[in-house]
Design a protein around this ligand. Sequence first.
Ligand code: HEC
Ligand code: HEC
Length: 354
Amino acid sequence: MPNASALLTIDFANLSEYAAPVLPAHYDATVAALDNTPADNAINNRIATLGRVLFHDRQLSVSATVACASCHRQDNGFDDPNRFSTGFSGVQFTTAHAMRLGNIRYWRPGTMFWDRRAASVEAQAIQPIINPIEMGWDASAGGVAALVTRLQALPYYQELFAFAFGSAVVSEARIGQALAQFQRAMISSNSRWDTAYAQVFNAAAPNRNLNVTLPGFSDQENRGRQLFMTGQNAGGAGCSACHLPPSFALAANSQSNGLDAGETRVFKSPSLKNVGLSRAFMHDGRFATLDAVVEFYNSGIQAGPALDNRLRGPGGAPQRLNLSTADKAALVAFMQTFNDPNFVADRRFASPFR
Ligand code: HEC
Ligand code: HEC
């Protein structure tokens, strides 16, 4: 058993539960069907615990100043409150906005990043490490091999890798596996919306009762729920056709949401759980508030080859929802109910360093 207690708060005799979390009833087989966990990297509490240490360890950057958690902050639903993130040098910035990490497992394509360029959560984990702005282990710094050499020389990682994998060997594949397991364990299922929905959930009811009045919600929040969950053809705003309850991860077949005219690229969205804890929205963080996001869907969608049909009105032109001021505010109020205080306070995901 690792003897890293001088450094880490982890109780190795009594590990946190990552492999078999307790989930509400509405996280049932329909949600499990969206899980991108590969057969060869199912969550194991020892390996996920190693992933937790790696995620919070500044040793993962060349300068030993930046951890994954520096840009993915638990207080913000594992997003960065800044529009662009500061990399290891302290003076260079990312060109994309960071992404919240809750519910990344409920996206069956498994592809990661806004533009879906990483094939899996495992593959993604190495990208910030070798990124010349983010953590700095590019070819000039010796690549991942140089990071492996650094970690292999740290006694606590010899213990942790042996504990997790049965041998003390540090490797790129093991780093990716451990970080992926830890991040897939980040399920956000205890927002105010979840608590209210749990009281009306019925798997056999039409639409699983997703669009019935929620107990404990204000009239405004319930109006926002109705707009979010109802298709445009029935007087709603059609949001749930792409941002799928109950995980609010994106539908795999979503095309572009029309941020820019003539767009040919197709981006993904992180789960909207905890979206109210973000301070910048969309791949380039162009919107600073959820009000601005809603106004975009109301009046700002741009035409382009990749624009999704769900966001087109009659004749294929970009939708114009013509929402009232009160309805726009109701949509924002509803999205605020996706904030999950248990998730942001969950010790299993917090830094294990003393
Ligand atoms: C310097 C800031 C920074 C650091 C450090 C960083 N990230 Fe990120 N992360 C980002 C940004 C920015 C994006 C979006 C980039 C893009 O799509 O081009 C992102 C995206 C991601 C995604 C994609 C989520 C999704 O839904 O597709 C995952 C997963 C992720 N990061 C995990 C990690 C892990 C694991 C580490 C540490 C090994 C890490 N990040 C380190 C800024 C950072
Ligand atoms: C056709 C599918 C689709 C529909 C319908 C849709 N969205 Fe989106 N949404 C997306 C995509 C794709 C993105 C990410 C776009 C990007 O950043 O390039 C996104 C991003 C977002 C974001 C920002 C997420 C973040 O982390 O920055 C919010 C908030 C959001 N949508 C809310 C809504 C609301 C509210 C509605 C209904 C009015 C809606 N969406 C309808 C596909 C959709």
